[in-house]
Design a protein around this ligand. Structure first.
Ligand code: T46
Length: 132
């Protein structure tokens, strides 16, 4: 099974503009406990470089774009997140890196749990040991 899973939101907009909806345990396949957003990221400064032990996340670039490297320890894939209504699932135990942010990028992330630094694996060698 591919580690890349996209969540597609219907656009409920009309001639006044676009409107997208996210609902816990409906079109978001987990209960949302935390939402954060990243903006003003520098195009040449990548972010991420970690995996989560248990956290499920769903990431949208609601404006602009970035590249995401997804790596499950066996296979590595790069995808571009560039649509305000198509989000990328970031499952547990996938090493992820965000690169090449557009200047206008606004990344919105929904997470299945509160912030917990103990859930992060920030060392790639330790990540590889854990997945093998
Ligand atoms: C992820 C990718 C996509 C908090 O205190 N609370 C929070 O909810 C978050 C997300 C971060 N922080 C603190 C932890 C660090 O001291 O904010 C600082 C920056 O976080 P970090 O370096 O982890 O940021 P990114 O952009 O590398 O990673 C973030 C998320 O942390 C991470 O879970 O999957 O975005």
């Amino acid at each position: 099974m591919s580690m890349i899973e996209w969540i597609d939101l219907p656009n409920l907009g009309d001639d006044r503009g676009s409107l997208m909806v996210l609902e816990s345990n409906k079109n978001v396949p987990f209960k949302v406990k935390r939402i954060y957003y990243i903006l003003d990221a520098k195009p040449d400064v990548p972010r991420g470089f970690h995996a989560h032990k248990e956290l499920m996340q769903l990431a949208f670039c609601i404006k602009g774009s970035c590249n995401m490297i997804m790596d499950n320890g066996i296979e590595k894939q790069q995808v571009r997140i560039d649509k305000s209504n198509i989000g990328l699932m970031i499952p547990p135990m996938v090493w992820h890196e965000m690169h090449d942010f557009s200047e206008d990028c606004v990344m919105l992330v929904l997470a299945s749990d509160y912030y917990n630094e103990a859930d992060y694996i920030r060392n790639y060698d330790i990540f590889l040991e854990r997945v093998k």
